[in-house]
Design a protein around this ligand. Structure first.
Ligand SMILES: [Zn+2]
Length: 457
């Protein structure tokens, strides 16, 4: 995460506030908060032989003599290979190359784009009045922290199985099957699969690139690849703002009256949280975490070298629809940071912000939501579970740019996101999600190709 900006000579990044450079500025402690593996390319998780053993185990369990098992086996093989290819944010190239090769082998035009996204696309013949373009936007990066891939019964364990290589592999397999047999799609219908980079970083660089690329010709509909559960559809995500505050001051006797740098950092977090409490106290009738302004302390660190002490905290704001936009919230935080005790003489504050995202929420009547819900009903013989997520995804980045029907869908239990226990059930989640997509994408495309036609799938 790019948090702070310290100009040569120690000028602060906080506009309007200049603190004289100090010989001990930029104490090393603050840097301790960065993840230990940052900057290092990820180590390969497994040898090709080990990967093949997992795949063979999957085949054996599926009964490899069943001809209908072939597509399922190919799907499990793709997912296993993707999961076994580490791709923490900023280190996605190996996984992107793997997906691009697989998409090319399965009938899609594919490439690694200018920012490293894996992209595959195909179009059915014909030049209709309403050409349809459905964008399946997943992400190929994961958070840090390797989980050695393994298969237990029919559950695949590994980093990214749920967030979000399961959803991305399901997109790729559905698109490949439709490219092989496009008979259910309207003429001139384009399907594009994207494995975006840096979704797990505050940059969201992959999605921003896609938003810019399609700004003048937005897709007709977009499905974001995030775990909603194979029988669920996610209509919305909260917005986000990340504040990083670093305090530095001279050491003093601990029995003295002044706040320490650590106390200032804690007071800063508490002051930020009070913003949330004030906001939520005005909420009437809107309940549930999706509609609240949530503030959490993402990380904290402190140290001293006998002369100077320093402390840093990272505060995450989760913004509800209709709540203060990120820019307004940033201004409020800057205002409180300009007050005591944070601007006391001798206190040096470096304040920076990133990850500005507005909340986004599609209606239940959204075309993509309707067709996915109907496909879920046919595959699972029960109603789809409609969800709102307190997290943030690439939907927040592209929804305002595209203005088209958009929801998030994908196999996997999102409560396992970012945990050391990440895994996906192949038979109850991964494979059925491909079936759901194979039904939903064509019916959605047909409706979009013929807006005056039957809206009910
Ligand atoms: Zn994700």
């Amino acid at each position: 995460m790019k948090a702070r900006k310290i100009t040569p000579g120690g000028q602060v990044s906080d506009p309007g506030r200049t603190v004289h450079p100090h010989p001990h500025s930029a104490l090393p402690i603050v840097r301790a908060l960065k993840s230990p593996t940052e900057g290092q390319p990820p180590a390969p998780a497994l040898s090709p032989e080990q990967i093949q053993r997992i795949i063979d185990a999957g085949h054996a369990a599926a009964g490899c003599d069943d001809p209908d098992a072939a597509p399922a086996q190919r799907a499990i093989e793709l997912l296993t290979r993707l999961v076994a290819t580490p791709s923490p944010s900023m280190h996605e190239s190996a996984a992107s190359n793997l997906l691009v090769s697989w998409l090319a082998e399965h009938g899609l035009e594919s490439r690694v784009d200018e920012v490293g996204n894996a992209v595959g696309t195909f179009c059915t013949p014909g030049e209709p009045e309403h050409p349809v373009h459905i964008l399946l936007l997943g992400h190929i990066d994961t958070v840090a922290g390797e989980i050695s891939p393994r298969l237990e019964h029919r559950t695949l364990f590994g980093r990214g199985t749920v967030d979000a290589k399961g959803p991305l592999a399901a997109f790729a397999c559905a698109a490949a099957r439709l490219a092989t047999d496009p008979s259910s799609l309207p003429a001139g219908c384009r399907i594009t699969v994207v494995g975006a980079v840096e979704e797990e970083a505050a940059t969201s660089r992959g999605a921003r690139h896609i938003a810019a690329q399609f700004a003048n010709c937005p897709p007709s509909a977009c499905i974001i690849g995030e775990p909603s559960g194979a029988d669920g559809v996610t209509l919305g995500y909260k917005g986000r703002l990340i504040a990083r505050a670093s305090f530095e001051k001279d050491c003093a006797h601990s029995a003295g009256p002044d706040s320490t740098a650590s106390e200032l950092a804690i007071e800063f977090f508490l002051a930020c949280r009070a913003i949330g409490d004030r906001h939520d106290s005005r909420l009437v009738g809107q309940n549930g975490p999706f509609h609240r302004l949530q503030i959490s302390l993402r990380s904290m660190g402190s140290s001293e070298d006998g002369l100077r002490q320093s402390a840093e905290c990272v505060v995450a704001f989760r913004l509800p629809p209709g709540g203060p936009p990120p820019g307004e919230l940033e201004a409020r935080v800057r205002t409180l940071a300009a007050d005591l005790p944070f601007n006391a003489p001798g206190v040096r504050l470096m304040l920076s912000f990133e990850g500005h995202e507005n909340a986004c929420q599609s209606p239940r009547s959204d075309a993509a939501a309707r067709h996915l819900a109907s496909a879920i009903r046919r595959v699972f013989n029960r109603a789809a579970r409609i969800k709102l997520k307190t997290g943030t995804s690439d939907m927040n980045v592209v929804a305002p740019a595209f203005g088209c029907p958009i929801v998030a869908y994908g196999p996997g239990d999102s409560s396992l996101d970012h945990t050391p226990h990440e895994c996906i059930d192949l038979d109850r989640e991964f494979l059925p999600a491909i079936d759901v997509l194979l039904r939903a994408i064509p019916s959605l495309a047909q409706e979009l190709a013929d807006p005056a036609g039957d809206t009910n799938s």
